[in-house]
Design a protein around this ligand. Structure first.
Ligand SMILES: *[C@@H]1O[C@H](CO)[C@@H](O)[C@H](O)[C@H]1NC(C)=O
Ligand SMILES: *[C@@H]1O[C@H](CO)[C@@H](O)[C@H](O)[C@H]1NC(C)=O
Ligand SMILES: *[C@@H]1O[C@H](CO)[C@@H](O)[C@H](O)[C@H]1NC(C)=O
Ligand SMILES: *[C@@H]1O[C@H](CO)[C@@H](O)[C@H](O)[C@H]1NC(C)=O
Length: 338
């Protein structure tokens, strides 16, 4: 009788243990399910697919590691250089200054264009618009200040420029053809900003993200760039004369980049008081900004590309050269910005 009772007790104990075992195992597998559901919500698709596999208990370990997205957010160490390159630097904000004449068939009666045709004049005007539109579309160009003194050119431009027009601002000035006008405008209206005077048929291309305003200010830099050429709609400008190729450079420059800071001295203003299209004005400007302006004037056209469009070949035939040996500066092509 006694041994029967003992057997029954042992049997009941085993039964209870078995029930406890089953119950706890069930709870464990529930936990796994909860984890798996949680993983489904927060993992990218390829991770979800692996977590859908039956989850043996060991698989809990990988899901406990920080998820890729969490890792990114919590890293405080300096990032490896590869990652640095993908971080977006703010783009330099360039305030371009441009102008253009309105050429019409009337100009065929002037000495300047007497030997030309209306087709050439129209082609030239369309090059001006293309140059302006390309400048407006450049990612580093924040504003384009268009200088004019007669409203018919404004109407002409407004009727033809259709893209990125919010960047385009028209400014009335006394004489948009004088070189000094661009610098007067920059020093009056663009103090502390990156100013770029560029002829209307020369537009910015590659390299402009590298422009550093702090360097321009602290090192008092002025870039006076020599142009490049490339395939344009109507011709290949890739082989133009006076380009940035070191062998072809002989003193011709096109676009100016600088930060106006403080006043523009009367001596500098006087030296720039010429028509901008005369030959050698840029050589006088290089000399003047070096000697009177105390700028470090360089020509990093091998890293900052500006492109010239002049397929029409229409030129003012009355241009003359104004620089002398006493006031000429040169800045041969370089590849360094500082
Ligand atoms: C307008 O200018 C932006 C740069 O500021 C450029 O990314 C965009 O392509 C331009 N729009 C067109 C249609 O070219
Ligand atoms: C605009 O400037 C040109 C010279 O660049 C001059 O001939 C013309 O008279 C000026 N027009 C006005 C309205 O001032
Ligand atoms: C580039 O210009 C040079 C000199 O004017 C000429 O000899 C050469 O054929 C031109 N090359 C092309 C591709 O037009
Ligand atoms: C005027 O500038 C050009 C470069 O554009 C240069 O070759 C020439 O020697 C300069 N003229 C004088 C007289 O120095």
């Amino acid at each position: 009788m006694k041994s029967k009772a003992l057997l029954l007790k042992i049997f009941l104990l085993v039964l209870i243990l078995a029930i406890i075992y089953i119950l706890t195992n069930h709870a464990e597998s529930n936990k796994d399910e909860i984890k798996a559901n949680h993983v489904k919500e927060s993992l990218p698709l390829h991770e979800v697919m692996t977590s859908n596999k039956p989850l043996p208990t060991q698989q809990k370990i990988p899901t406990k590691q920080p998820l890729p997205s969490q890792q990114k957010m919590t890293i405080k160490q300096p990032l490896p250089s590869q990652q640095k390159m993908t971080i977006k630097q703010p783009l330099p904000k360039i305030y371009a200054i441009v102008t253009m004449p309105l050429l019409t068939k009337k100009d065929l009666q002037t000495k300047k264009y007497r030997t030309s045709t209306i087709e050439k004049i129209e082609e030239r005007m369309s090059e001006f618009i293309t140059g302006l539109q390309n400048t407006l579309n450049h990612e580093c160009v924040y504003r384009v200040h268009f200088l004019y003194n007669e409203s018919n050119v404004v109407d002409y431009v407004k009727a033809r420029v259709k893209i990125n027009t919010t960047k385009l601002v028209f400014n009335r000035v006394e004489d948009p053809r004088k070189h000094v006008t661009y610098f007067d405008f920059a020093y009056e209206k663009l103090q502390g900003e990156i100013a770029m005077y560029t002829p209307i048929d020369v537009y910015p291309g590659e390299g402009f993200r590298l422009i550093n305003k702090d360097d321009l200010i602290s090192k008092k830099l002025m870039y006076i760039l020599t142009r490049h050429g490339k395939q344009e709609k109507n011709c290949d400008m890739g082989n133009i004369s006076n380009n940035c190729n070191r062998k072809r450079y002989f003193g011709s420059h096109d676009s100016y980049i600088f930060v106006p800071n403080g006043p523009l001295s009367p001596e500098i203003r006087k030296a720039l008081d010429y028509w901008s299209i005369v030959w050698g004005q840029e050589n006088i400007a290089i000399h003047t900004f070096r000697t009177l302006g105390h700028f470090k004037v360089t020509n990093p056209c091998e890293v900052l590309f500006v492109y010239h469009i002049h397929c029409s070949n229409l030129r003012d035939s009355t241009r003359y050269r104004i620089n002398t040996s006493a006031n000429s500066g040169m800045a041969p092509p370089t590849n360094t910005l500082t």
